[in-house]
Structures are given as structure tokens and as C-alpha cells.
Ligand binder design. Structure first.
Ligand code: GLN
Length: 491
């Protein structure tokens, strides 16, 4: 049998005091692991990169921080891993996460919680790194890599980036291939990028974005071209307006949705946000208050949709096809007599509590009694949230069949705080505290996930009271990464 102690000592790494790695890639050593002499022509030659441990890798295990997959070794590299290796990047290790990417604090991990490295010499109580890509953001902050690949279903790259004081970029849904990323909720899952500079995140995005026929949700080249034309038009207009002026953001319209300042928001995260808005104004941007009237419903709709999809996706872990299987004689009980008993024991022992809770919630939402009032209702909310975004942006949504015209009174980007507070203390994230306080962390990140929009958490200083990092979220219309870039490049 596999024990947690054995697996912990096997991956113990004195360099990783923050527990952000699940495995170090010893084979990569100093030269890059695809055994091709790295050449300076390769776009990411010798960049140290970490990969969240829910992406398949052929040279190190892929555990999803779950006992269920603690010994799972895929035979192939995920699409993004293959692209990174081909570009010369050096994969230094796999990063810790909430089990199967379900969580907001990276405390639901078979390998234990990630400690936030943002204030390394402080006497503060240990803080959470945020989740679920806590190991990814922490590995950037701690200097173990230049870029970290994570996943973002409802904020998983942006929230930890905000808590660790690094950049966390979730591109538009469908631009980067998810082939080889272990599914959580397919209609929301995206590949995310954490980095200590926007330039590094952008270069990585440019390398990874592209059509992949192995991922059925990968955006078709025609749609990409349409988005590229539209974003070029928007960028040209803004640059035209800023031309020959010292203020680089002249002509840029920045929306601040008032619903993104809910009662749950701690006032200490506001001063850094306000300084950022002042900076954008000083660069010539026009700041416009706006409204996304339905996003107060987004969090509940997200949790119904994400858990429903998860309950279907994770049905494959039955102890037969993958990974862990509960022993024939476990707990001193009678050996399992039926297949159903094997499945039940395997799933009760292989999955942690948070995952089990979500699988039950998701199965309930899909059950005949609850389907109309929970699952279908949540899909309707998702649609109105998408429409809310389409109604505030200047650029049309190129994914809509009837393509609307540009709306001159619309905004180019939205900004608001990324998280309701700075990183929570690890001891406050214990199972005994309210589970809702963890879900509330996602309040400001899930709306753009439901709408599939490009969204980046920018490091913007520290909270007034405790000195821990906070991020500002910047969101644009679908496919308008180049519009985001205008702002992110000057911040
Ligand atoms: N915290 C959210 C959840 O638990 C988002 C997680 C994610 O983006 N993977 O579902």
C-alpha cells in the first residue's frame, strides 16, 4: 500500500521550504530535458518552468495532489508541456495544488498545504498561497522558476497570483490546448500562466496559443483570425488616439463595475487598487463607472456547474482504469464482494473530503429532482452573466452568431480588486472554519470564467493593514488579449 509518509519523503526537497513542489524533475538537471542541445534560437531557451501537477508529464508522476493518482505515470506529455520543451524550456518540477484543482487556498492537497513565500522573513503566521494553483504562484514568487503553468477554472491562477504578489494570466477560453490537462470542469477549464513579469507571461502565452484538434474545445483557426482582426482594430484605435501624446493610455476606456465591491471585500485592499486607478488616469485613460447587474449570482451558478461537470469527469476514477484501488482486505473488513463495493471503497479512500463533498453536490445538481432548479437555472445565469459583459465592452463578442457592432460608449477593459482580502492565515483555513469563507474567495474571479474572458491578476502592492500582496484584475472581451496587453505593459 502507498502511504503518505513514503510519498512525502520521496519528494522531499530542501530547496522547497514552501511545499510548492510535488516532484522535482531530476532528469532535467542543467540542460533541457528533450535532450536537444538548447539553442539560443529557441524562444524559451533554458527558461526554468514549473508545471502544475494536473498536467500529464511522461518523465515525472502526475498526481493531481490526490491519493487516487499518487503513483500515476502518464505515457505522454500534455500539449503545453510538449510545446514548452520544444521551445527549449527546462521543466524543473511539478507544483502542488488543491486535489483535482478544487479549492481556493491550496490546503486540500494529499501533500499538505503550500506556504505563501511572499514575506519570507516575516514573523507573521504562515499564510495560504491561494488556490488551486498555489504551488504555481509560490514557485514563481520563491524564485524556483521563471514561469509557472497552472490551470484556471474559476480563478485558480489569478487568486494565488494575487496572494503571492505575481502575475497570473487566464487567457480566453479555448485559445490554449487543454489536451493532457486532467479535466475538472470542461466548460470552464483553461490553462493559466504565472510569472514575475507581464512580458514573460505574454511570451509564454504567444508560444502556447494555437489550435489543437486533440482538444475538442480548442478554438478553430477561423475564429482566431476573426478575433485577431477585431483586436487589431481596437488596438489601432487606441494607439491612434495616444499617438503624439505623452500619455500612453489616451483613448483607452477603463470600466469599474460597482458590483465588484461587495460587502465581503476588506477595505484594506482598496488603497493599492485606488493607486493603480490613479496611475491609469495619469496615463490618459478615461475611467468609467459601469454595471454588471447579474454577477452577484455568478458564484452560486459557478459552483453548481463546476461540481456537476466534475462529478461526471471524475467518474473515471473507479480503481480499475486508473491509479489507486482499495485493497481486497482493507480496514480489517471482509474483502469487497461486488464491483460496486470496490468502486465505493476506492473512491471513499482515494478522494479527500473536499473532492467527495463536491462530487456529491454535483451528482445532486444532475439528479432528476434537482436538475431544473439547480443545473438548468445555473446555465441560464451563466448566459445572463455573459450578456452583462457583452453589454459593457466596446468590442463585440466574435463568438456570438449575430455579430453586434462596436459600441462606442463601451469600455475596453474592466478593472477591480482580484480577491476580497489578502492571503488568509493557514490556521484559519482549517476544515473546522466555515467552508463558505473559502468559496467567497472566488467571488471576483468566477464571473470572467463563466464568460470565458481573458483576465489577468496584476500585482499591485500590499494590503494596508498586514503588508501582504494584493492583485488587481484586468479583464477584456473574448479574444482581446492585445487590448489587455496595452494596459498590462505600462503597469
Ligand atoms: N476555487 C475554485 C474552485 O474550487 C476555482 C478552482 C479552479 O479554478 N481550479 O472551483
Amino acid at each position: 500500500g502507498h502511504t503518505q509518509a513514503a510519498s512525502t519523503s520521496q519528494r522531499h526537497d530542501p530547496l522547497d521550504a514552501w511545499n510548492c513542489l510535488t516532484h522535482r524533475n531530476s532528469s532535467s538537471g542543467t540542460s533541457n530535458s528533450n535532450a536537444v542541445a538548447s539553442s539560443s534560437k529557441q524562444p524559451l531557451a533554458d527558461w526554468p518552468v514549473t508545471i502544475k501537477d494536473n498536467f500529464c508529464t511522461s518523465d515525472v508522476p502526475t498526481t493531481c495532489a490526490s491519493k487516487m493518482l499518487a503513483d500515476y505515470r502518464p505515457t505522454f506529455d500534455a500539449a503545453v508541456v510538449a510545446r514548452l520543451k520544444a521551445a527549449g524550456a527546462c521543466i524543473v518540477g511539478k507544483t502542488n495544488l488543491d486535489e483535482f484543482a478544487m479549492g481556493s487556498s491550496n490546503v486540500h492537497s494529499y501533500f499538505g498545504p503550500v506556504k505563501n513565500p511572499a514575506k519570507q522573513n516575516s514573523n507573521d503566521e504562515a499564510r495560504a498561497a491561494g488556490g488551486s494553483s498555489g504551488g504555481a504562484a509560490a514557485s514563481v514568487r520563491a524564485g524556483l522558476c521563471r514561469v509557472a503553468i497552472g490551470s484556471d477554472t474559476g480563478g485558480s491562477i489569478r487568486l494565488p497570483a494575487s496572494h503571492c504578489g505575481v502575475w497570473g494570466f487566464k487567457p480566453s477560453y479555448g485559445l490554449i490546448s487543454r489536451w493532457g490537462l486532467v479535466s475538472y470542469a470542461d466548460s470552464l477549464d483553461t490553462v493559466g500562466i504565472a510569472a514575475s513579469s507581464w512580458q514573460d507571461a505574454r511570451r509564454t502565452f504567444q508560444l502556447l496559443s494555437g489550435h489543437d484538434r486533440r482538444d475538442p474545445t480548442s478554438m478553430h483557426p477561423r475564429t482566431r483570425q476573426k478575433a485577431a482582426r477585431e483586436s487589431q482594430k481596437q488596438v489601432d484605435r487606441i494607439q491612434q488616439s495616444a499617438r503624439s501624446r505623452p500619455d500612453a493610455l489616451h483613448g483607452l476606456r477603463v470600466g469599474i463595475p460597482h458590483e465588484c465591491f461587495p460587502a465581503e471585500l476588506h477595505s484594506q485592499v482598496l488603497p493599492p487598487f485606488e493607486r493603480l486607478v490613479d496611475f491609469l488616469t495619469s496615463k490618459g485613460a478615461t475611467v468609467i463607472p459601469c454595471s454588471l447587474p447579474n454577477i452577484s449570482l455568478a458564484l452560486s451558478a459557478y459552483y453548481v456547474i463546476a461540481t456537476a461537470e466534475a462529478s461526471s469527469n471524475l467518474a473515471r476514477y473507479d480503481g480499475v482504469r486508473y491509479g489507486f484501488q482499495a485493497g481486497a482486505k482493507d480496514d480489517g473488513r471482509e474483502p469487497a464482494k461486488t464491483a460496486a463495493e470496490v468502486y465505493a471503497r476506492t473512491r471513499s479512500q482515494g478522494f479527500g473530503r473536499e473532492v467527495q463533498k463536491r462530487l456529491l453536490l454535483g451528482a445532486h445538481a444532475l439528479s432528476a429532482d434537482a436538475f431544473d432548479n439547480t443545473f438548468l437555472r445555473s446555465q441560464e445565469i451563466r448566459k445572463v452573466v455573459q450578456r452583462d459583459f457583452d453589454a459593457v465592452f466596446r468590442a463585440p463578442n466574435v463568438l456570438r452568431r449575430s455579430q453586434a457592432d462596436e459600441r462606442e460608449e463601451g469600455v475596453d477593459v474592466l478593472v477591480h480588486p482580484c480577491s476580497v482580502s489578502s492571503a488568509p492565515r493557514l490556521d484559519a483555513t482549517k476544515a473546522s472554519s466555515s467552508p463558505m469563507s473559502e468559496y467567497v474567495q472566488d467571488l471576483l474571479t468566477v464571473p470572467s470564467s463563466l464568460a470565458g474572458l481573458p483576465s489577468v491578476s496584476m500585482p499591485t502592492g500590499v494590503a494596508e493593514d498586514d503588508g501582504w500582496p494584493v492583485g488587481t484584475m484586468l479583464t477584456a472581451q473574448w479574444g482581446m488579449e492585445n487590448v489587455l496587453d496595452i494596459v498590462a505593459s505600462v503597469v
